[in-house]
Design a protein around this ligand. Structure first.
Ligand code: CAA
Ligand code: FAD
Length: 380
C-alpha cells in the first residue's frame, strides 16, 4: 500500500491551497453574509482547469485523476465551501455524467464549454415531493416524436441561476416507475423554463440554490442522455462519484476548522498559559485530528478506487457518511475552542459550522448513505 501523493498531485494540492488563500479567503465573509455568488473566483477556477478536472483533454478537460480532484475539493473547502460546491457539481455530476454517458455530439456541444469553465452546469434531480425518494419523480417528459415536452418543478438546484446547461431528470413512462425515467440536457433560456427566487440558507450561502419551473418546455430528442429509460441509472451512477466530491468537501470543512482551532489554541491564554496547555482543549484537538485523518483515508480511498476502475459505490457512501459527521463534530468543537470569538463572523469557524451541515443532507442524506451501505454489505 502506498500512502504518498505523487509529485503532480502535490503540485495540484498546493495550487488549490494557494488559490483558496489568495482568491477565496479575502471576500468569503462578505459573500456569506450577502449570499453573493463567487463569480470572479469561479471564472478563475475554470482558468486553472479546476472545473473539468477529470475530463479528457479531448473535451477541453484537464485529464487529472480523482485523487487530485478530492485534494482540490479539500483545499478549497477549508476556506469556502460555497465555491467548492460549484466545483463539485460541475466536475462530478455534470461533466462526469456527460463524458461517461453523453453522445459524441452532446460532448462536443455541451461538455467542452463546461469542462473549460466557459459555462457552468447544474444537476436537477430533487423535487418538492421527491428528495431522498428519488424514484418518485413528478416532472414529466412527454415523448412528442422529435422532441420531449417537459413539465414540473425541480427543487434546491445548485448553480440554479448561474448555469447555462442543466441536466434534468424526468418521468416519461410512469407505469415503468424508475425504468421509465429519462435524463435531458436543457439549455438556459429555453421558452417555458423559469427560475425561482434564491433560497435564503443556513450555510453555503454564497452558492446559488433555486427551484426551477418547466412549463411545456420543448427539449430536442437528441438532448436525451442514453437510451430511453436510462435516466434513473444515469442519476445514481453519476451521484456515486458526486458523493466522493461532497465527502472531500466535508473533509475540507473539518480540516479548515481544525487548523483555525489549533492555531487559536496556541495563542489564546487563560489561567496564565495557552489554552492548548489545558488537557481538556488538547484532547479535543487530538480527537479532531484523529477523526479528520480517518475521514481523509476513506475519502482518498474512494477516489483511488475510482481511478483504478474498481467499484466505489460503497466506499463513496462510507466516505460521505463519515466525513460529513466529522465535519459537523469538528466544526462545533472548533467554535467551542474559540469561546465567544468563535461565535462571531471574523473568526470563520461559525461559518464552517453552518456550512458543515449541508454535507449531511445533499447528494443523499446520511440516512440514505446508510441505506446504500447496509444494502451493499447485506447483499454480500
Ligand atoms: N447505480 C445504478 N443503478 C442503481 C444504483 C446505482 N448506484 N442504485 C440503485 N440503482 C438502481 C437499482 O438497481 C434499481 O434498478 P433495478 O430495479 O432495475 O435493479 C433502481 O435503481 C431502484 O433502486 P432501489 O430499488 O434501491 O430504489 P430505492 O427507491 O429503494 O432507493 C436510493 C434508491 C438509493 C434511496 C435513491 O433513491 C437515492 O440515492 N436517493 C437519494 C437521492 C440523492 O442522492 N439526491 C441527490 C440530488 S443531487 C444533489 O444533492 C447535488 C447537490 O446537492 C450539490
Ligand atoms: P426528504 O427526502 O424529505 O428527507 C427528510 C428526512 O427524512 C431526512 O432526514 C432523510 O434522511 C429522512 N428519510 C427520508 N427517507 C428515509 C428512509 N427511507 N429511511 C430513513 N430516513 C429517511 N438536489 C439536486 O437534485 N440538485 C442539486 O444541485 C441540489 N443542491 C442542493 C443544495 C442545497 C443547499 C440543498 C439544501 C439541497 C440540494 N439538493 C439538490 C437537494 C438534496 O439532494 C435533497 O435535499 C436531499 O436529497 C434530501 O431530500 P429532501 O430535502 O426532500 O428530504
Amino acid at each position: 500500500m502506498l500512502f504518498e501523493l505523487s509529485e503532480e498531485q502535490l503540485m495540484i494540492q498546493q495550487a488549490a491551497r494557494d488559490f483558496a488563500q489568495v482568491e477565496l479567503k479575502p471576500g468569503v465573509i462578505e459573500r456569506d453574509e450577502h449570499q453573493k455568488f463567487p463569480t470572479e473566483q469561479v471564472k478563475k477556477l475554470g482558468e486553472l482547469g479546476f472545473l473539468g478536472m477529470m475530463v479528457s483533454p479531448k473535451y477541453n478537460g484537464s485529464g487529472m485523476d480523482a485523487v487530485s480532484y478530492v485534494l482540490v475539493m479539500e483545499e478549497l473547502s477549508k476556506v469556502d465551501a460555497s465555491a467548492s460546491v460549484v466545483v463539485s457539481v460541475n466536475n462530478s455530476l455534470v461533466c462526469y455524467g456527460l463524458e461517461a454517458y453523453g453522445s459524441e455530439a452532446q460532448k462536443e456541444k455541451y461538455l467542452k464549454p463546461l469542462a473549460s469553465g466557459e459555462k457552468i452546469g447544474a444537476f436537477c434531480l430533487s423535487e418538492p415531493e421527491a428528495g431522498s425518494d428519488a424514484t418518485s419523480q413528478q416532472t414529466t417528459a412527454e415523448d412528442m416524436g422529435d422532441y420531449y415536452l417537459l413539465n414540473g418543478t425541480k427543487n434546491w438546484i445548485t448553480n440554479g441561476s448561474t448555469a447555462s446547461t442543466y441536466l434534468v431528470i424526468a418521468q416519461t413512462h410512469k407505469e415503468l416507475r424508475h425504468k421509465g425515467i429519462n435524463a435531458f440536457i436543457v439549455e438556459a433560456g429555453t421558452p417555458g423554463f423559469t427560475i425561482g427566487p434564491k433560497e435564503n440558507k443556513l450555510g453555503i450561502r454564497g452558492s446559488d440554490t433555486h427551484s426551477l419551473m418547466f412549463n411545456d418546455v420543448k427539449v430536442p430528442k437528441e438532448n436525451r442522455i442514453g437510451e430511453d429509460g436510462f435516466g434513473f441509472s444515469f442519476a445514481m451512477k453519476t451521484l456515486e462519484g458526486g458523493r466522493i466530491g461532497i465527502a472531500a468537501q466535508a473533509l475540507g470543512i473539518a480540516a479548515g476548522a481544525y487548523e483555525l482551532a489549533l492555531n487559536y489554541s496556541k495563542q489564546r491564554k487563560s489561567f496564565g498559559k495557552p489554552i492548548s496547555d489545558h488537557q481538556a482543549i488538547a484532547f479535543k484537538l487530538a480527537d479532531m485530528a484523529t477523526h479528520i485523518e480517518a475521514a481523509r483515508m476513506l475519502v482518498y480511498k474512494a477516489a483511488w478506487l475510482k481511478d483504478q476502475g474498481k467499484s466505489y459505490t460503497l466506499a463513496g457512501s462510507m466516505a460521505k457518511l463519515f466525513a460529513s459527521k466529522v465535519a459537523m463534530d469538528v466544526t462545533v468543537e472548533a467554535v467551542q475552542i474559540h469561546g465567544g470569538y468563535g461565535f462571531v463572523k471574523e473568526y470563520h469557524v461559525e461559518r464552517l459550522m453552518r456550512d458543515a451541515k449541508i454535507t449531511q443532507i445533499y447528494e443523499g442524506t446520511s440516512e440514505i448513505q446508510k441505506m446504500v451501505i447496509s444494502r451493499s454489505i447485506l447483499s454480500k
